[in-house]
Design a protein around this ligand. Structure first.
Ligand code: GTP
Ligand code: MG
Length: 309
C-alpha cells in the first residue's frame, strides 16, 4: 500500500521497543522498513529483522551518520524517518506523508509539542528545545516550533538537494537549515510524543548534544544569515571594547590614572567590532545576490528539463 515510502529507523540499543515499532509500520502496510543499527549489543538487529525490517549495520557512529547511510540505500520516492524508541506512533505516519503526496511540502516535520505526554521530555530538554527553535526562527525566518523532532517525512528529490554533514544529533537542525538554503518547502504537522517505555535508555546527553546543536545552528547561520553571524560577533567585540574604553576614560578624567595597555585593547575591540559589522553587511549582500542567481539557475534548469520531457 505504501510501496513508495521507506521507513528509516536509526537504532542503538533499542531492544525494548524496536520490535513493536517495526511491526507497527509493517501492519499498516509499509513494506520497506529499513533499520540502520549502530552496533547494538542487546539484540536490536535480530528483533528488528524478525519483525520484518531490512537491517543494515552502520559503518561509522552517530545518529546523523546512520541516517545518511540509510538515505543512500533508499530507492523510493518518499522517506519517513523516526526513532526506534517507541516515542513516535505509526498512526501519525499518514499525517506526515499527506503534504508530500498533495505537493504542499517537500519536507514535513512532526511537531511533538502539539501533543506531548507528561514525562516524555525532561524540563531541561524542553527549555533547550524552546531556545533552539526560537533561535532558528530568528536566524532563518521560518515558522518551525520543533526543528529537533525525530519524526519527519521528505521527498528523496529534496533530500538529494541537501548537503548534510552532521554525524550526531545535529542532523535535524541541519535538515531544517538546508531547507531554507535550497528553497525546499518545509512545514510542520502535529503529532503525539510518547514517553520512553521503562527499560529503554536515552542516547542523548542534554548538555553535550544540546551544545553541539547550538554550535551547528550558529555555524550554519553563516551562509543563510551572515548579518546575524558576523553581526553578533561584531556587536560583542564592539560592546567589550566600548566598555573598556569607558572605564579607561573614567579613570583618566576622574582620577588622572592612565591605562595605556587597556586603552589599546579597547581600541582593538572597537576596530574589530566595526569591521565585523561591515563584513556582515557585505556578506549579507553577497548571499542575497547569490540566492537570487541560484533561483534563476534553478528556474532555467527546470525549464530545460520540462522541454526534454
Ligand atoms: N544507528 C545509530 N542510531 C543511533 C545512534 N545514536 C542514537 N541513535 C538512535 O537515534 C534515535 C534517537 O535517539 P534518542 O536517544 O532517542 O534521542 P532523542 O530521541 O533525541 O532523545 P530522547 O528524548 O531521550 O528520546 C534512537 O532510535 C536511537 O537508538 C547511533 O550512534 N547510531
Ligand atoms: Mg527518542
Amino acid at each position: 500500500m505504501h510501496d513508495d515510502v521507506t521507513v528509516l529507523i536509526p537504532t542503538l540499543d533499542e531492544a525494548a521497543t524496536i520490535e513493536a515499532v517495526v511491526s507497527g509500520f509493517v501492519e499498516r502496510g509499509f513494506e520497506h522498513v529499513l533499520v540502520v543499527d549502530g552496533g547494538s549489543s542487546d539484540g536490536t538487529q535480530e528483533l528488528a529483522a524478525e519483525a520484518g525490517a531490512r537491517v543494515i549495520e552502520q559503518t561509522g557512529s552517530g545518529k546523523g551518520h546512520a541516517m545518511m547511510q540509510g538515505f543512500s540505500e533508499v530507492d523510493t520516492e518518499y522517506v519517513l524517518v523516526l526513532d526506534g524508541d517507541g516515542t513516535y506512533l505509526p498512526e501519525d505516519a499518514e499525517t506526515l506523508l499527506e503534504p508530500l503526496r498533495s505537493g504542499e511540502a517537500d519536507h514535513v516535520v512532526g511537531n511533538r509539542f502539539a501533543d506531548i505526554r507528561s514525562g516524555a521530555m525532561p524540563r531541561l530538554n524542553r527549555v533547550g528545545n524552546r531556545l533552539i527553535n526560537w533561535a532558528y526562527r530568528a536566524i532563518h525566518r521560518r515558522e518551525h516550533h520543533d526543528i529537533l523532532s525525530g519524526y519527519r517525512a521528505m521527498t528523496m528529490d529534496s533530500l538529494e538537494r541537501m548537503n548534510l554533514t552532521a554525524e550526531g544529533f545535529g542532523i535535524e537542525t541541519e535538515m531544517c537549515v538546508e531547507c531554507v538554503r535550497h528553497g525546499i518547502e518545509s512545514m510542520e504537522v502535529p503529532i503525539t510524543y510518547e514517553t520512553r517505555p521503562a527499560g529503554s535508555e536515552t542516547n542523548l546527553h542534554p548538555i553535550k548534544d544540546g551544545g553541539t546543536i547550538i554550535v551547528t545552528l550558529y555555524r550554519l547561520a553563516k551562509t543563510n544569515n551572515p548579518l546575524f553571524y558576523f553581526g553578533s560577533l561584531g556587536t560583542l567585540a564592539l560592546a567589550s571594547g566600548g566598555a573598556i574604553a569607558a572605564y579607561v576614560g573614567y579613570e583618566w578624567f576622574a582620577r588622572g590614572i592612565p591605562h595605556e595597555v587597556l586603552a589599546i585593547v579597547a581600541a582593538a575591540g572597537i576596530l574589530v567590532g566595526v569591521q565585523l559589522l561591515m563584513f556582515g553587511v557585505l556578506s549579507d549582500m553577497i548571499v542575497a545576490l547569490h540566492r537570487d542567481q541560484r533561483r534563476r539557475i534553478e528556474r532555467v534548469e527546470r525549464m530545460a528539463r520540462d522541454d526534454e520531457d
